[in-house]
Design a protein around this ligand. Structure first.
Ligand SMILES: [Zn+2]
Length: 442
């Protein structure tokens, strides 16, 4: 099946502050007794283990104290810690749909797009049978099936529902792209294993109840997650509970139908459905403070991508790297409406020499030579925008602050490209360029 397609929506409005929805009522105070009692409604290995970790204090509940305690670990911003918004943030200009309406919509979208994934994975034949069973079971709160869930169902029916103001207001901080709606179907006592997304995950529960478990995007957590993906690639039935015990900064909360959860990029999270549940997700990619994370965490993406079949891996990887280069181009070109990316550019320039090897390695894993070279060239084009732009007059490199020197007959762009290629990209090291300090000393 084709990979999810991310399409930028129309004009980006709003301020440079991330304000998903000003009218939402955050439900950020959940007593531990409430979370535990919901987990106890559903006796499964996963919920039992989660209740135990909550009791031991290894995982905290979503409340103001937890948010204050973990805010820095999650990135420091107001929306970096998980946010659960009430019914006023419902993305559609209508009330919460009935389970029958949701079932009809999902059944229709499965027939028209046929684009979804089963988690855990199954053979194509098994997938179709199990997916059909899951859709039939949406109206049965205790339906369990074989323990699979439907993920990433491309759902044009949800896109066609009139959006409420809360959807329109989710702008700011340089929105690079927003996905269309994708639907998830989880059976009773279902589990979606620990995963991460490179974008903001905005997930509205349409029917049922579930418990979400979120961990901050720390280096320790992402290293563990990468190792977990590597193991999963070799053993799809791997038990993940020991891994959860190794993660830090866990926050658990109950989500009811009509509520929307906001989870920041690179947070690791798992979902536990109590009765049969359905949700609608959007994935939002922003520039400010988060683009650099995508470069830094390419090894995590590569490990995650290896969970797909070979040909699909390659399609996904080429597309992902092309989008990464295109986004860099837009940031460097300051062409994101209503967003000043100057601070993001400085952040990327300062970190580039530390992350470039990871970028080159990811590009090198694209087998198709034409696609690989196109991605390499896209990154070079993006960097030339800034190297021949603001610093053109003084000819200083925005990455290393040294003068960009080369054969004197070259044009300014030629010198910049030579300096970037040989010093900051895939070329061999040139002799030490002259610095402004050494020039001044002459
Ligand atoms: Zn340089």
């Amino acid at each position: 099946m084709p990979p999810p397609i991310f399409r930028p929506r129309a004009a980006v409005l709003g301020s440079t502050q991330l304000r998903p929805c000003t009218t939402q009522v955050a439900r950020d105070d959940q007593p531990i007794q409430h979370v535990t009692s919901v987990l106890n409604e559903c006796k499964s290995a996963g919920t039992n283990y989660l209740a135990k970790l909550l009791h031991q204090g290894h995982i905290e509940v979503l409340d103001k104290e937890t948010n204050a305690k973990y805010r820095k670990m999650y990135g420091g911003g107001d929306w970096d810690v998980p946010v659960l918004a009430g019914h006023k943030s419902f993305p559609w200009a209508r009330s919460v749909p009935s389970t029958e309406e949701v079932q009809y919509m999902i059944k229709t979208d499965m027939c028209t797009t046929g684009s979804y994934r089963l988690w855990p994975t199954a053979t194509i034949g098994e997938s179709q049978v199990e997916a059909a069973r899951l859709v039939t079971g949406i109206t049965e709160p205790k339906f369990q099936g074989q323990g699979h869930s439907i993920r990433n169902l491309i759902a044009p029916s949800l896109d066609s529902w009139p959006a409420s103001n809360s959807l329109a207001e989710w702008e700011g901080d340089g929105v690079l792209r927003q996905s269309t709606f994708q639907a998830t179907v989880m059976p009773s006592k279902g589990l979606i294993d620990i995963v991460h997304h490179e974008q903001w995950t905005v997930s509205t529960l349409m029917t049922g109840t579930r418990v979400l478990l979120v961990f901050g995007p720390t280096k320790k957590n992402l290293d563990k997650l990468r190792a977990h993906y590597d193991q999963l690639a070799g053993d799809a039935q791997l038990n993940t509970w020991n891994m959860i015990n190794d993660l830090e900064g866990g926050i658990a909360f109950v989500q009811q139908a009509g509520e929307t959860a906001y989870i920041a990029p690179f947070c690791c999270f798992a979902s536990f459905s109590i009765p049969t549940s359905t949700s609608a997700e959007r994935y939002i990619t922003i520039a400010a403070n988060k683009y650099l994370m995508r470069l830094q965490n390419l090894p995590v993406y590569l490990a995650w991508n290896k969970l797909y079949q070979d040909n699909f891996q390659q399609t996904r990887l080429s597309e992902y790297m092309k989008i990464l280069a295109d986004d860099l181009n837009r940031i460097m070109g300051k062409s994101i409406p209503d967003c000043d990316t100057s601070a993001t550019i400085i952040q990327i320039c300062q970190a580039w020499d530390r992350v470039k090897c990871g970028v080159i390695k990811a590009c090198a894993e694209i087998w198709n030579e034409k696609h690989r070279e196109e991605v390499f060239e896209s990154f070079e084009t993006a960097w030339l925008r800034i190297m021949t732009g603001e610093n053109r007059k003084d000819n200083l490199c925005p990455i290393c602050a040294r003068e960009m020197v080369a054969d004197d007959t070259r044009t300014q762009a030629g010198k910049a490209l030579a300096h970037f290629t040989f010093v900051h990209w895939k070329g061999v090291e040139l002799p030490e360029p002259r610095t402004t300090r050494s020039m001044a000393a002459k």
